[in-house]
Every structure is written in structure tokens, then in C-alpha cells.
Design a protein around this ligand. Structure first.
Ligand SMILES: NC(=O)c1ccc[n+]([C@@H]2O[C@H](COP(=O)([O-])OP(=O)(O)OC[C@H]3O[C@@H](n4cnc5c(N)ncnc54)[C@H](OP(=O)(O)O)[C@@H]3O)[C@@H](O)[C@H]2O)c1
Length: 257
């Protein structure tokens, strides 16, 4: 049985992943809070959808019950997440940090825990279930102003390492994709609390930041590898980005030309 649950499916990387999985013939349940966006995506792709705020335990329990009563799940894509602010540690806001921990760490644990029995039940002889989580390059490399987002994404990376150890011996792949700069419509706008000029400046003159489709293509490739092949960690960046905090702006040129 193959069926994917994709969280954070109402925009960006999640929506692109739903589109591509549907193109590849997967049954998909798309999850997020904004029903209008999910309905549009469902009409476009034939995905099913479920409205849930994953920071609320009762919504996650309702999601679990819905998944169980509608055919189960073989593949969980934990994609919902985001950043708030670029404040220094000294000036950080408790509310921003709390939000980042809630959605990037606690919600991932809650959804994974709720769906694990259903993921196990989906495994056929010779097959595997998948828990693929979208972390970030910020889960691996610290940068100034990254404090709350770094701390949350480092935490989810560690949790995935622990989970992989705890699931040792079971046919369940624990996969992590850690993207660098991806130009999605809402990520930076949310980070800067609606300040479009600040959000645009992140990508200004960066030659070809990643697109949501680039990341979706990689996610679907990871999922469609033979079930004994586990791409535990994939770091994906635009060529213009050497590391989290070093991005080339302007045209890329071969030295000496
Ligand atoms: N863009 C980048 O540069 C970048 C780089 C590295 C990693 N990432 C990571 O990639 C993932 C997707 O990012 P994106 O760029 O596609 O951002 P995005 O467009 O802002 O998408 C975030 C998604 O999360 C959902 N979400 C937020 N809070 C939620 C909640 N409480 N319950 C359920 N769903 C919730 C949002 O839907 P609703 O608002 O409808 O709930 C939305 O669909 C995130 O984990 C992000 O940290 C992004």
C-alpha cells in the first residue's frame, strides 16, 4: 500500500511535493491550516486534504483518526515549519522562539508518533515505510541571527537521528532533507512578519536560488529509491550558496573569463 501524508502542503515546498507525487501516481493527503489553499490544490491535483493545526494535539489526533479510517499511510513527509525573525540571541523574542519550537520540533514529534503505528501497518513484505522530514541547512550550520531557527532545526535533526536508532531493525526509513536557500512565496515573508522589502532582499541578485520544485524533485527521488536504500541526509543548496551565510550575488563566472 502506498499513500503519502504531506504536512505544510498549502504553499511552497509542501504544495510542490504534493503536485509531483500526484504526477507520479501517489495517493496523497495534503495537510495544513488554510482550507482554501488546500481545496485549490486538491482540485488541481486530485489529492485529498485535511485541515489541521499541528501545534494542537487534538488536531493531530483527529488527523490520525482520519488517516486510519481512509486507508492508512506508508509515507509521512514532515514539511510544515518555518522561521520567525533574524534577531540576535541577546534580543530574541520568547514568542518567536516558542513558535519555531512548536512547529519545527514538537509538531514533527507529535505527528510522527501519532502516525507510526499506521506506517508500520502499511509495510508489505520486502517494502518499507518512510518518515521524511524537511529540516534546513540551519539544522547543521549556525549563522548570526539564526538563533531560534538554528536551535529548532538542530533539535529536529537530533531527534531524527535518535528516531533512526530507535527504529533499528524495522523496515522504516528515517530521511532528512536539509535545503539551503529556496525561493518560496511565503517563507521569508513570514520570517519578516509581512515585510515584503526585507523578504525580497534575501533573494536579491542571487543567481538561481532553489525553487520549491527543485526540492520536491529531490524529495520524490528519495522516496522512490528501492526500499533498502536510505538517503539518511540530503543537503541541497543552490550553487550560488557555499554555506548558510555565504551567498554569491550577481552572475556566476568562471575565474579568468
Ligand atoms: N524556503 C526556504 O528557504 C527553506 C530552506 C530550508 C528549509 N525550509 C523548510 O522547508 C519547509 C517548508 O518551507 P517553505 O519554504 O515551503 O515555507 P512556506 O511556504 O511558508 O510553508 C510552510 C507550510 O507550513 C504550514 N504550517 C505552518 N504552521 C503550521 C501549523 N501550525 N500547522 C500546520 N501547518 C502549518 C503552512 O501552512 P498553513 O499556514 O496553511 O498552515 C505552509 O503550508 C519548512 O519546514 C522550512 O523550515 C525552507
Amino acid at each position: 500500500m502506498k499513500r503519502a501524508v504531506v504536512t505544510g502542503a498549502s504553499s511552497g515546498i509542501g504544495a510542490a511535493t504534493v503536485r509531483l507525487l500526484r504526477q507520479h501516481g501517489w495517493p496523497v493527503l495534503a495537510v495544513a491550516r488554510r482550507e482554501d489553499k488546500l481545496r485549490e490544490l486538491a482540485e488541481e491535483t486530485g489529492a485529498e486534504y485535511f485541515v489541521a493545526d499541528l501545534t494542537k494535539p487534538e488536531d493531530v489526533e483527529a488527523l490520525r483518526a482520519h488517516v486510519e479510517s481512509t486507508g492508512g499511510v506508508s509515507t509521512l513527509v514532515n514539511n510544515a515549519g518555518g522561521a520567525l525573525g533574524l534577531d540576535s540571541v541577546e534580543n530574541g523574542s520568547d514568542d518567536d522562539w516558542r513558535w519555531m519550537f512548536e512547529i519545527n520540533v514538537l509538531a514533527v514529534r507529535r505527528v510522527t508518533s501519532a502516525l507510526l503505528p499506521l506506517l508500520r501497518a502499511s509495510v508489505e513484505p520486502g517494502g518499507a515505510a518512510d518518515i521524511l522530514t524537511v529540516s534546513s541547512i540551519a539544522a547543521h550550520i549556525s549563522y548570526e541571527g539564526g538563533g531560534g531557527y538554528n536551535a529548532a532545526k538542530f533539535a529536529v535533526h537530533s531527534m531524527l537521528d535518535v528516531l533512526r536508532l530507535e527504529l533499528s531493525g524495522e523496515p522504516i526509513r528515517v530521511l532528512e532533507i536539509a535545503p539551503g536557500m529556496v525561493k518560496t512565496e511565503e517563507f521569508s515573508l513570514n520570517r519578516f512578519k509581512g515585510d515584503a522589502a526585507k523578504a525580497d532582499s534575501v533573494y536579491q541578485n542571487v543567481p538561481d536560488p532553489l525553487s520549491a520544485e527543485d526540492v520536491a524533485t529531490t524529495i520524490v527521488s528519495m522516496l522512490e529509491l528501492p526500499p533498502h536504500v536510505s538517503l539518511d541526509l540530503v543537503v541541497i543548496k543552490p550553487v550560488a550558496q557555499s554555506t548558510a551565510y555565504k551567498v554569491a550575488r550577481g552572475e556566476l563566472k568562471v575565474k579568468g573569463q
